[in-house]
Write a protein that binds this ligand. Structure first.
Ligand code: IMP
Ligand code: MG
Length: 400
């Protein structure tokens, strides 16, 4: 019986993790949903049947379920204004909503965001960051000059002085957070600040169920991703060790979310990028492959499934199950390419109503078979549409 799971994106983010985190949280009636890496550079969208889609940048999507406690781990960096807004949204969806933010998590200041933008302009080869201040905040953490969320429960004058010195002395910025702002953060967030690692380990040790929600994707991992075009944390399943303070061996199932094609936002090598704009735009429009960031909006780059990237991701992620998304989107094409493997015919894209693996088109099953062969991992979940209800659980079944 699955009671602890980690869900991560297998490529460069935007694979549809948010939906699977929410789905698995409901499936196992999770006691806790945990974010363990990144910050508001992520965007996790969920859509419940008959409801508007919502996007969370910091909170794990599973927290929309009554009975599931949300935890933000020590390894996350937090933009307090965004967190406050998301708490309000979650409370509207789920009146039971509750949260523990590990006091060790670092704060993203306005001057971190300014520095992120300035650094991008100054860099010869731009990374194409989300300009959310993520890299500079992690840099300050590594330099041991960062400010932690737990500081909001201490002496606020001291905190203000530290933030001012950081902005002026290290960020060379005049963008200084105000005393009022700090007081407001403290007022609104203090009740949620605690020892996240203690809470999560306690629930697991008592036999409770916990779902760890990855951010970004395995190939944006700072060590194993496509450096330097990566984010600033560990996006791998093992990242829960440093990011949540939980031994990865305590997790029973690791799910890697694989999109049926690849996308990237930002710069960096993309060997399977589709340069035929007609084909790329069919996928981009059908899959709504646009980033609506807090600070920038931009179309995503589109590519074929990349076998080498998948092999690397599966090796470092060691997924128990793959969850495959966007099969309805890629199935629209007459011909689907897997570079180095071959060209396969598309299938009827109208698969949204299917709820049994026996009804899936043969072309789609062949595509999944290739994914299993390349990755050496088993397909466990198939998504056939945007709603959280449109998931087929095929764990333990041979599809081909
Ligand atoms: P940063 O994380 O904002 O510093 O951006 C570093 C790189 O990671 C850029 O290429 C971003 O586009 C990419 N990135 C960061 N977060 C996400 C995400 O949630 N999805 C997809 N790409 C992301
Ligand atoms: Mg996203």
């Amino acid at each position: 019986m699955l009671n602890t799971a980690t869900v991560v994106g297998a490529f460069w983010g935007d694979e549809g993790k948010g939906k699977f985190v929410d789905y698995i949280c409901r499936d196992v009636e999770a006691d806790v949903a945990v974010r363990f890496a990144g910050g508001s550079n992520a965007g996790h969208t969920i859509k419940h049947p008959g409801e508007e889609a919502i996007t969370m940048r910091l909170l794990p999507t599973g927290g929309s379920r009554p009975g599931t406690l949300s935890v933000i781990g020590a390894g996350v960096v937090i933009d307090p204004d965004i967190l406050i807004r998301e708490i309000d949204t979650m409370k509207e969806i789920n009146p039971d909503f509750d949260l523990v933010v590990d006091y060790r998590a670092h704060i993203v200041l306005p001057s971190h965001r300014e520095l992120d933008t300035r650094k991008e302009r100054a860099r010869g080869a731009q990374i194409g960051t989300t300009r959310s201040g993520i890299g500079p905040t992690y840099a300050d953490k590594a330099n041991r000059v960062g400010i932690r969320i737990g500081d909001l429960t201490g002496d606020l004058d001291e905190l203000y002085d530290k933030a001012r010195l950081l902005a002026t002395g290290i960020h060379h910025s005049t963008n200084i957070v105000s005393r009022d702002q700090i007081q407001q953060w403290s007022r609104k967030l203090s009740e949620f600040i605690g020892d996240g690692s203690r809470v999560v380990n306690g629930v697991i040790d008592d036999g409770g169920s916990v779902v760890f929600a990855g951010a970004q994707g395995a190939l944006l991992d700072i060590d194993f991703g496509t450096y330097p075009f990566v984010t600033s944390t560990s996006c791998l399943p093992s990242g829960i060790g440093s990011g949540a303070g939980v031994d990865p061996r305590k997790v029973s199932e690791v799910v890697g979310v694989v999109k049926a094609y690849c996308t990237r936002i930002g710069a960096g090598d993309f060997p399977t990028e589709i340069h035929d704009e007609e084909v790329a735009s069919i996928i981009r429009e059908a899959g709504n492959e646009y980033e609506h960031g807090v600070h920038i909006d931009r179309p995503r780059r589109i590519g074929w499934l990349d076998p080498e990237a998948l092999e690397l991701s599966a090796r470092v992620g060691n997924y128990d199950w793959l969850a495959i998304t966007m099969l309805d989107v890629i199935g629209r094409l007459d011909e689907i390419e897997i570079p180095g493997v071959g060209i396969m015919p598309g299938w009827d894209c109208n698969i949204g109503g299917i709820d049994s693996p026996d009804e899936l088109p043969v072309g789609l099953l062949r595509y999944l078979d290739e994914i299993e062969r390349i990755s050496g991992c088993r397909v466990g979940y198939i998504s056939v549409g945007a709603d959280t209800s449109q998931v087929i659980d095929v764990r333990g079944r041979y599809l081909w």
